[in-house]
Every structure is written in C-alpha cells, then in structure tokens.
Design a protein around this ligand. Sequence first.
Ligand code: B12
Length: 228
Amino acid sequence: MVNNLFSAMRQSIVDGAPDTALALAQQALAAGLAPLEAINSGYVPGMHEVGEQFARAQMFLPDLMASAEAMRTAMAALEPEMKKSGSEREMAGIVVLGTTKGDIHEIGKSLVGTLLTAHGFCVHDLGVDVSGEKFAAKAGELNADIVGVSALLTTTMRNQRGVIESLEKAGLRSQVKVMVGGAPVTRSWAQEIGADGYAKDAMTAVALARELMHDKARATQNLSPEPA
Ligand code: B12
C-alpha cells in the first residue's frame, strides 16, 4: 500500500506534476507517514530518475524545471510538519547555509536546512548563487558555529573552496566549522579543500552538524584555563 504511494510520488516528479505531488504529500500526512520517509522513498527517487533521463538527453531543461517545481510543492507541504519538533528544543547551534556561487540548485540545500531546523539548529539560509564573501559576512554577523555549502555542479564545487578561503580572509576560519555537500561532492573532496566534514544526505548532515558542535565545544574546553 505504502509502496504504491511512494511509486505515485516518484511518478509525479518524473511527470513534473505539482498538483499530483501536493495531493500525494497531503495523503501521506493524513495517513501519518513520516514526511522525511515520503521525501526519501517517494520524491527523491523521482528526482534521480529525472537526472538520469536528462543526462541521457531523454528529458530537457523545461522538464527538469517542471520536476523541480513538483518537488518544491511537495516539500512545501511536508516542511511545516518536519520543522515542528525543533521549535521546543534548546538551540543546538547557529548554521549559515547556502548554495555556492554560480549554482541555482536549492532543493537539497533547503532539505538540509529544514532537517537542521527540525533538530534544534538556528538556520540562516542565504539561498542560491552565494559568493564566499557573503557566506563569510553572514557568518561573522551571526557569530555562526557552522557554515554549510551546497554544490550540485562539478563546475561550482570548486567554489566551496572559495568559501573556506573567504572565511580565512575574514579571520573567522578557526571559529567556524565548514560542512559541504551536494550530489557531486565526496568525502575526499571535502578533505582536499580543508572542509571539516561532508554528508551525503540531509539526515547525515544533522548528525555531522552535531558532531561538529561537539568538536567545537571540546576545542573551547581545551583552550579554557585550568581550574585553580
Ligand atoms: C532539479 C535539477 C535542476 C533544477 C534545480 C531547481 C531548484 N530550484 O533547485 C534546474 C532545472 C533549475 C536545474 C538547472 C541546471 N542543472 Co540541474 N539538476 C536537477 C536534478 C534533476 C535534481 C537535483 C535535486 O534537487 N535533487 C534532489 C535533492 C534532494 O538531492 P541533492 O540536491 O543531491 O541534495 C541532497 C544531498 O546532496 C545533500 N546535500 C545537498 N546540499 C548539501 C549541503 C550540505 C552542507 C550538506 C552537508 C549536504 C547537502 O543532502 C541533500 C538532501 O538529502 C539533478 C540530478 C541529480 N541527480 O542530482 C540535475 C543536475 C544536478 N543538473 C545538472 C545540470 C547540467 C544543470 C544545468 C547546467 C542545465 C543547463 N543546461 O542549464 C542547470 C544549471 C543551472 C545553475 N547554474 O545552477 C547536472 C549536473 C552535471 C554536473 N556533473 O555538473 C545534473 C546532475 C543532471 C545530469 N544528470 O546531468 N537543475
């Protein structure tokens, strides 16, 4: 039964059908299905299918845009439910999030932001096509704990390194942890550019953000003077 729902969700993305995607999201919520499960098992496989068809030239840019619209519509319906659990908790940390310069892919980045919010992080989402300077300025202004940088294109991945350089230039690198992600990004790329961590999906990003907060707290404790 639930598998039929997932497969209808997947198809609504492939068809680029926002109304159907929305109706299915509402159906899932009414049935008590966890929103993240609907996203991960229903809609995201549809996005992968679309990406593959686009790569094989079986789909074109307008199709990709229609699919993205369907995905955004479904996520807008599921997001409030996902965010609910975060509102009553203690603040877990401040995160500045965005998609790197030259890149307008926002769906995965926004999902990461939603889940971080749901787990108590205070997320400032700078949106898409964000320069390194903008990341650094916002991180300084908010005294951010973590900067999260998304990139979906192999050509814009290198701008993740640029964000780290901007943080260094602004004198903020030692106090801000950097996590990177996005479909073409790998752990070894994260290491190569000197990021503090990489996560393959939104749930792993939450675990990583928590780990980075622990690292920060430990580093601060080590710096504090010994008790007399
Ligand atoms: C939707 C889509 C679009 C939409 C984006 C709409 C929007 N508002 O976001 C539109 C139509 C605008 C678009 C445009 C383009 N796209 Co496009 N797009 C996609 C597609 C199909 C899906 C992306 C998506 O939303 N996935 C679903 C989300 C949930 O997954 P995700 O983004 O990977 O995010 C998850 C993880 O990566 C991770 N994550 C993401 N960000 C972060 C950040 C942090 C800090 C962390 C820790 C984790 C993390 O967690 C997320 C949630 O689980 C992909 C195919 C694919 N399989 O990725 C192609 C794809 C990325 N696009 C591609 C291309 C080529 C383009 C264009 C250049 C096409 C063109 N000719 O103009 C333009 C680029 C425009 C630009 N300058 O950015 C290529 C990239 C190829 C490459 N190697 O670089 C892909 C791979 C398609 C393909 N197979 O060829 N695209």
